[in-house]
Design a protein around this ligand. Structure first.
Ligand SMILES: *Cc1c(COP(=O)(O)O)cnc(C)c1O
Length: 238
């Protein structure tokens, strides 16, 4: 138990160190970058250990895991972000339970979130997920469809658009990754300035995982979602 706490503390320190170095390389303030712990498959105990080690945001992929951890108050002391694919029929279990839903990618889902947020009398913060690699069978809105979706969010009183998220193709070479991150960053700037009428609420650019978060930071990420580098390898899912 103690050993695990120490290991996570070491990993958090290691990742934060890399985060700071990447920010400084890019001439950025490291404090404007949030380290999100991607906690899928982890136990409530591990989540508590991560928060004790200084993690301030947990990113959850699956509604069932989110619900289980909420039931035992595992996230106490941290924000919760939903970062996985979200089905409209599970929106009820997520809206109002998390601080930010990062993976919104359709009008249908926007409508469902808005409706549930209205029911709960709150405004739900969201990011739009961009399928920056134009991959088939992958979540996210295609870059060319993004402006429509951004415009649609402005019609919804119970949704607040905070920015964009992306997951580039898994097998990308470094140069390609850099390109995908740079393209997403450009979409983010366009979203904030042109489409969003200089909307100051649009301040989150979530990109970068264990294998590529330094690169994402160099290309402008304000949030990185890191699992393996904090918790070690996960057992394969399904
Ligand atoms: C699992 C996951 C991560 C973290 O992946 P690692 O490679 O383990 O760091 C980040 N974002 C999303 C959406 C994930 O599902």
């Amino acid at each position: 138990m103690m050993e695990k706490q120490n290991q996570i503390e070491q990993n958090v320190a290691q990742v934060r160190g890399e985060l700071v170095k990447a920010a400084l390389r890019a001439g950025r303030n490291p404090e404007e970058i949030t380290l999100i712990a991607a906690t899928k498959t982890q136990t409530s105990e591990t989540i508590r250990a991560a928060i004790a080690a200084g993690i301030s945001v947990c990113g959850e992929n699956r509604v069932q895991e989110l619900t289980d951890h909420l039931e035992v108050s595992a996230y106490e002391g941290a924000e919760i972000h939903f970062i996985g694919h979200l089905q409209t029929n599970k929106v009820r279990q997520v809206v109002g339970e998390v601080d930010l839903i990062q993976s919104v990618d359709s009008i249908r889902l926007l409508d469902a979130i808005d409706k549930q947020a209205q029911k709960r009398e709150l405004v739900q913060d969201i990011l739009l997920e961009v399928n920056i690699g134009h991959e088939e069978n992958k979540g996210g809105v295609l870059p060319e469809d993004l402006p429509n979706l951004v415009a649609y969010t402005e019609e919804l009183a119970h949704i607040r658009l905070r920015g964009l998220m992306c997951i580039p193709p898994a097998d990308s070479a470094e140069d390609d990754l850099r390109g995908f991150f740079a393209q997403t960053r450009q979409l983010f700037v366009d979203t904030r300035n042109k489409i969003g009428n200089n909307n100051p609420n649009i301040d989150c650019l979530s990109m970068g995982m264990s294998g590529d978060y330094p690169l994402a930071i160099e290309e402008g990420a304000t949030m990185v979602r890191v699992g393996t580098a904090l918790f070690g390898n996960r057992p394969p899912i399904r």
